[in-house]
Design a protein around this ligand. Sequence first.
Ligand code: COA
Length: 265
Amino acid sequence: MAREKINFNNLSLEIDEGIATVTIRRASKLNALNRDTVEDLRKAFQKVYYTSEIKGAIVTGEGTKAFVAGADIAELAQLDEVEAKRYSQNGQDVYAMLENCPKPVIAAVNGYALGGGCELALACHMRVAVESAKFGLPEVKLGTLPGFGGTQRLTQSIGKAKTLELIMTGDMLSAREALELGLVNHLVPTHEEMFNKTREILKKIASSGPLAIAMVIKSVNSVYSSYEAGYLKEASYFGQSAGTEDFHEGMRAFLEKRNPNFKGE
Ligand code: COA
């Protein structure tokens, strides 16, 4: 198939040799996901689903500093309780599209994968990271919790104790630590090797029958289908957190570049 490039508002989709590369492009905000970008991601994956020439997809971020540094905090700061629950459910829906995509989806983690960015990488079927990448779910530092499936998928990926430690401390993991925990499939030294390795895996998968591959994805995902209620719980708590003073203090503090003063109310 000929090379094709589609530009969305904050994202591009390039198709080359049957592989779609979806690049989030908001480098000035470390590729933070605002609503427009989440909708771009939905549209891009609709294209991946329905274009028969596309055999697999790569999700990555523009530049070398950030994969995605989370949901856009300036937008989060505006949400009330009801809007925050909807916001969380909408993000969860789009990420579920990636997870349930019948074609393999690999995150090429080119830098910071924090909050919604770490959750985005977790929603992909595999992760290939550069050594400089960093992973974390720092939402508690903003007075909230992960809302795009992170409480569920991180637990599925690295187990309960490490998940609780990471989410409650808000600490970042180096790419090597993430590899040791099984969060990352492959670690590579450079961005070029990250794309080479990702394409190599996708090409290998494309040499097998696509129906069998789609069935593998469905079967493996079904291991976790009993966890579905957990996503609703996560969205409900995310909404509830937006009704607290701590949420707005946490978001304001980040935007004002100061430490938050949480009061537990
Ligand atoms: N939402 C909105 N804007 C963000 C953002 C986010 N999640 N992450 C980074 N940005 C913006 C910064 O506000 C800054 O914008 P400005 O230049 O207009 O001030 C720009 O991106 C660059 O970020 P900066 O913080 O200056 O870079 P840094 O190298 O000092 O720090 C991070 C990098 C990733 C450690 C830091 O940006 C960070 O902690 N980001 C938030 C991570 C987070 O909490 N994510 C979860 C959100 S729910």
